[in-house]
Design a protein around this ligand. Structure first.
Ligand code: NDP
Length: 310
C-alpha cells in the first residue's frame, strides 16, 4: 500500500485560516494595531526572494503587518546590525526575521553576529543563542520555525513519538540539531546522522520516524526506509538537470513532463520511490515548507502578545 501523504499545505492553510487569523483579529481589536513582523533581506538571492515573498503574502493575508526591510548586497555587516538594532526598538514590530543566507562577502561569522543582535523577545526565527539554549532545556522559547513545523505536523497527524526510534539526517543549527532535540523531548530515542556517518542507509532503516534535512535531491531511497515508517522530507532542492530529474521520476510522470516544460523543479531529499515502503510521507513541495511559514506566524503572534502584556 503506498504511503499516506501528509499534506502540509492543507494543514498549514487550516491552521492559518481557522486558528491564527481569528486570533490576529482579536489582537488587533484589543491593541489597536496588528501583530507586526519585520523581514530583513540583504541582497537579492533568488531563492530568498521567493521565500520572503511567500512569508509576506501569507502573513498579510491573515492580518499581520509584515514589512520588508531591504538592504543592498553591498551593505556592510554594521549596516545590517544597525537595522536590526533599530527594529529591536520599534514599537510596531513584534518579530524580526533576517533572511539567510547573508551575502558571502559579509564573512563567515556574519549570520551569527546578526542572530546574536536580535532582541530575544522578538526572535521569532528562534536562531538567537539564548532562544536555542532555552529550547534545549525545554523552557518556553521561540522554537525555530522549520523544526517547530515538523513537530506540529507529527502531533496533528498523531504520530507516536514516545519510545520510538527517530533518525534525523542533517545536523545544521537551523534544522537538524533542533529537530533532534525536540524529538528527544517528546521521548523518542534519537540518532543524528551527517556526512561522516558510515552505513547511512542501515542506520536510517532502524527509524520509525525518519527526518531528512540534507539538501541532496533524492538521497533517501527505498533501502533507507523501514516498511511503515513515517518519513519527513525537509529538503527543498531546485534541480535543473534533466538526468537528475529522470533519476527521480519515470518517463511520462506528470512531474517530469512539467520539468521538461519549465526546465526546473523543486524536489526533496527523499526519492519518490520511498512512497512504496513508507507508512506516511511528506511531499515536496507542499509538506514542511508551508508549515514553516505557519510557525513563523504563530511565533509572531506569541511575541506580540508577550510584548503587549508587559
Ligand atoms: P545544511 O547544508 O546546513 O546542512 C545539511 C546537513 O546534511 C549537514 O549536517 C550535512 O552533514 C548533512 N549531509 C550533507 N550531505 C550528506 C550526506 N550525503 N549524507 C548524510 N548527511 C549529509 O542544510 P540545512 O539544514 O540548512 O537545510 C537542509 C535542507 O532543508 C535543504 O534542502 C534546505 O533547503 C531545506 N530547508 C527547508 C526548509 C523548509 O522550510 N522546508 C527550511 C530550511 C531548510 P555535515 O554536518 O557533516 O556537513
Amino acid at each position: 500500500m503506498p504511503a499516506r501523504i501528509l499534506d502540509g499545505q492543507a494543514l498549514a492553510a487550516r491552521i492559518q485560516q481557522q486558528e491564527i487569523k481569528p486570533q490576529v483579529a482579536d489582537f488587533t481589536a484589543a491593541h489597536g494595531r496588528p501583530p507586526g513582523l519585520a523581514i530583513v533581506l540583504v541582497g537579492n538571492d533568488p531563492a530568498s526572494e521567493v521565500y520572503v515573498g511567500h512569508k509576506l503574502k501569507a502573513g498579510q493575508a491573515i492580518g499581520f503587518r509584515v514589512d520588508l526591510e531591504r538592504l543592498p548586497a553591498t551593505s556592510s555587516l554594521s549596516e545590517v546590525l544597525a537595522l536590526v538594532e533599530r527594529l529591536n526598538q520599534s514599537d510596531v514590530h513584534d518579530g524580526i526575521l533576517v533572511q539567510s543566507p547573508l551575502p558571502k562577502a559579509m564573512g563567515a561569522g556574519a549570520a551569527s553576529r546578526v542572530f546574536d543582535t536580535v532582541a530575544i523577545e522578538k526572535d521569532v526565527d528562534g536562531f538567537a543563542p539564548a532562544s536555542v539554549g532555552l529550547m534545549v532545556q525545554g523552557r518556553p522559547a521561540f522554537v525555530a520555525c522549520t523544526p517547530a513545523g515538523v513537530m506540529e505536523l507529527l502531533a496533528r497527524e498523531h504520530v507516536t513519538l514516545a519510545g520510538r526510534r527517530a533518525v534525523v539526517i542533517g545536523r545544521s543549527d537551523i534544522v537538524g540539531k533542533p529537530v533532534a532535540m525536540l524529538l528527544l523531548q517528546r521521548d523518542a530515542t534519537v540518532t543524528v546522522c551527517h556526512s561522516k556517518t558510515p552505513n547511512l542507509a542501515e542506520v536510517c532503516r532502524e527509524a520509525d520516524i525518519l527526518v531528512a534535512a540534507v539538501g541532496r535531491p533524492g538521497l533517501v531511497t527505498k533501502d533507507f526506509v523501514k516498511p511503515g515508517a513515517t518519513v519527513i522530507d525537509v529538503g527543498i532542492n531546485t534541480i535543473t538537470d534533466a538526468a537528475a530529474a529522470s533519476r527521480l521520476y519515470p518517463d511520462g510522470h506528470k512531474r517530469l513532463l512539467k520539468f521538461q516544460e519549465r526546465g526546473s523543479m523543486l524536489v526533496g531529499d527523499v526519492h519518490p520511490e520511498v512512497a512504496e515502503v513508507a507508512g506516511a510521507l511528506t511531499p515536496v513541495p507542499g509538506g514542511i515548507g508551508p508549515l514553516t511559514i505557519t510557525m513563523l506566524m504563530l511565533n509572531t503572534l506569541k511575541a506580540a502578545r508577550a510584548r503587549a502584556g508587559r
